[in-house]
Design a protein around this ligand. Sequence first.
Ligand code: SF4
Length: 351
Amino acid sequence: MKKNLLGYTLQRMTDEFVALGQTKYRAKQVFGWLYQKRVMDFSAMTDVSKDFRAVLERDYSLDLPKIHTRQDASDGTIKLLLEMEDGAKVETVLMPYNYGDVICVSSQVGCNMGCAFCASGLHRKTRNLTSAEMMGELLTMNGILDQWGRRVTHIVVMGTGEPFDNYDNVMDFIRIANEQLGLAIGARHITVSTCGLVDGIRKYGHEGIQINLAISLHAPNDEIRNQIMPISRAYPMDALMDAIKDYESNAGRRVTFEYILLAGLNDSLAQADELADLIHHYGVFAYVNLIPYNEVVEKPFKRSSPSAVKAFADRLMRRGINATVRKEFGGDIDAACGQLRSKVVTGDEGK
Ligand code: SF4
């Protein structure tokens, strides 16, 4: 079985090539060919000796996923359903913000976290994605952006899956993307989003790399969080906030709270006050990113009205909390995260 070199950090590639009798510089050369010159063919790496190129051809691959389905929205959003070597399918989305091209990467095939509002969680996790497969999501999107002379500039690991349930592979993927001799995507342009795995949050604070952390909070208290996020029963608000404080002091970074507004459930002004109280009580230096809900047919939740979203944001701001409403993308395609995959996977299962 060949090993997919796209999942190798520069350090791992160096260690492996040195063990094969090569110099450390050999890994830098190959890394540069792959990510700077974008050459995906060992035989074209002309400054690598012929003998070593033959070893690379024999023992390593540079496999990318296949594009199963592509949806292009009128606002420039591109949603891909990618098929991995074993047939597993995952979604990847490109959102063209005015500050850059942001890719939303999936980290698992399906998800076990069971958030009640989420289309991605409709199908249980079947396996983790490897670092090579996550890099495959990014490189496939770069392949599409090439025609316009654009590249992915920002990464959010917010697609299907819980990144901290696949911690090591996600961190390897991030290190490859961040490597200066490779794609050189700045650490501050990379965000990992967790539903609240506190051990992962604590560990992440010690990574020594300036990547961002987002927490899917979605509720101002345990009572509502328990209703919509099963993880909250394992890690109640108190434990979550403690881990966030720990992260803040170790990483020296602020977190972002993601908060999906669900009509009649968590979007009242009293709940905005409760959220502000919660943040002030724990002394967390957080931004709040309010997310208008994309309705999912299989789910009972409804989108909050634009006036409720605005009122909620205004109340937070008045209470001294830095809050923004997330720009919406892909309104004319399957906008909810996991919706396209769910349609295709459900169709496959029905066969
Ligand atoms: S919101 Fe994220 S963690 Fe929750 S079920 Fe969906 S993909 Fe999993």
